[in-house]
Design a protein. Structure first.
Length: 244
């Protein structure tokens, strides 16, 4: 039910973004309004709106690969004699998304700072398309690294299991630790989503499928490499077009 609700809200949010005015930038690209305060809106309100949108997106994108891990955590809690294993699993999920919310705050701070710099300095604004393409290219190449393979192993995915720590605090800590590992594992695909358009529904779906497949479908290393080929090729092509 939570996944369905988050998915519906995310789709509606993406549709509403088409009605928001974007800022034309030097270099022929558009700066999304999610990084800037609307008329009469403070920066605090802008950050709160972004984080609300971000958290809803992350629930919709990450739950497909998180649910099997939480289910195994619940079974481990039952075997450990926990009185309310379902509640502990829910608390672990809460800790997981707390970390993703913190990651979203970091994304907003960096994105807002870059947006302000691009608006104030036209020379930086012209670099927008090339910089975005370079980010996608680097993200694609990172999919082939040993670091990526290790992060996927640490993240759990289809075969991992979370330790059933006692108590509510232990459950939240367990979920937060998993969230931190998964944030690092998803760094490449998420960089593509942010650079390509955070509210692009089609791109969001592609990243969700890639992240879910990496974690749940063996062998993970080949899946990560396959997505890396697509990402790197797209980044290289976009970089050539931007420089041209």
């Amino acid at each position: 039910m939570l996944f369905v609700a988050a998915t519906v809200v995310t789709i509606l949010s993406c549709a509403s973004m088409t009605t928001m005015s974007a800022v034309p930038m030097a270099g022929g690209w558009l700066l999304s309004g999610i990084w800037l305060p609307l008329c009469g809106q403070s920066w605090l309100e802008t950050a709160a709106c972004f984080l609300g949108m971000w958290l809803t997106m992350m629930v919709a994108m990450m739950l497909p690969s998180l649910i099997p891990v939480l289910w195994r955590y619940r079974l481990a809690a039952v075997e450990a004699g926990a009185c309310r294993p379902g509640q502990l699993a829910a608390l672990a999920g809460t800790g997981y998304f707390i970390i993703w919310t913190g990651f979203g705050l970091l994304v907003f701070l960096v994105g807002a700072a870059l947006a302000q710099a691009a608006m104030q300095f036209h020379s930086l604004g012209r670099l927008g398309p090339a910089a975005g393409a370079l980010i996608v290219l680097i993200a694609g190449l990172s999919q082939f690294s040993d670091w990526k393979a290790q992060r996927l192993t640490d993240c759990g995915g289809g075969s991992g299991a979370l330790p059933a720590r006692p108590g509510a605090t232990g459950a939240v800590r367990t979920g937060a630790a998993l969230g931190l590992r998964c944030c690092m594992s998803c760094a490449g695909p998420m960089a593509v989503l942010i650079a390509g358009g955070l509210m692009d529904l089609r791109l969001m779906l592609c990243v969700t499928l890639a992240v879910t497949a990496e974690r749940l479908l063996p062998p993970k290393s080949r899946i990560a490499s396959a997505t890396g080929v697509v990402m790197a090729a797209t980044g290289l092509l976009s970089l050539v077009q931007a420089l041209g």
